[in-house]
Design a protein around this ligand. Sequence first.
Ligand code: DGL
Length: 290
Amino acid sequence: MIACNSAFPSHLTALEAHHEDQPIGVFDSGVGGLSVLRAIRRELPLENLLYAADSGNAPYGDRDADFIRSRAMWMTRFLLAQGAKTIIVACNTATVVAVSELRSWCPVPVVAMEPAIKPASQMTKSGIVGVLATSQTLSSASVARLCGAHGDGVKFLLQACPGLVEKVERAELTSEATRALLVGYLSPLLAAGADTLVLGCTHYPFLIPLIQEIAGPQVLIIDPAVAVAREVARRLVPNRISVSRKSPATTRFFSSSPLDEAQAAMSALWGEQVTVHAIGPTDLHPADEP
Ligand code: DGL
């Protein structure tokens, strides 16, 4: 059992569980990480999963780094308090801001996102790749490093997409307003000759049908979720915390936003009716180090 943070309400005490049966904990600034959870569920059908959406504080993309770091710590401690045996940071923005600090103290393996800039550089034929993400992610050192490392003969066009996270938070995947935002963001990339688009924000894969419709069938869209799910599977085995039982797996959902809103959005994106539990006060920022 992993120590429970006393800051959490009493109904959120840590799970007593056999190690392998403990859940994989996944968090995001909101509902976008469900695109990663979906891939993990496919890759690891026997694992118990926990998903925590910080929708009450989304979007992270326009927040300052201290706020994002503080929320990433809080969400991680929440998942640990639920008994998570590994943490998946299903948020590019939280990854670029907070993953090093998280890894410095988190007692279980931490798997995080990386925009698929390397595979895109190998797949593009026109040599022009569009990278869609939040402004925090695009201005990060890790994106600069990836573009530098894989930029031989390839031009990366970095496109921030303010407003899109909010649309996905409301499961507004096909509205005229969502389409208008996407047309605005994609048009310059397509006009410049981009034939490959990297989705560097976990909310955006829910917009793939609309993106593909706007960009056309010849444009390749890369969602890193499957690669992340494979990495999760790869990490569980050497740590001997992969499941060997055959009983049905559970998937539990938590959110920091009002539960009726969370339930509607998460059910729409997950593709079936889900029950969402509260994660507690959203203004609880841990001042102390874990
Ligand atoms: N899903 C988050 C990401 O991958 C969205 C960030 C935000 O809330 O702005 O970056």
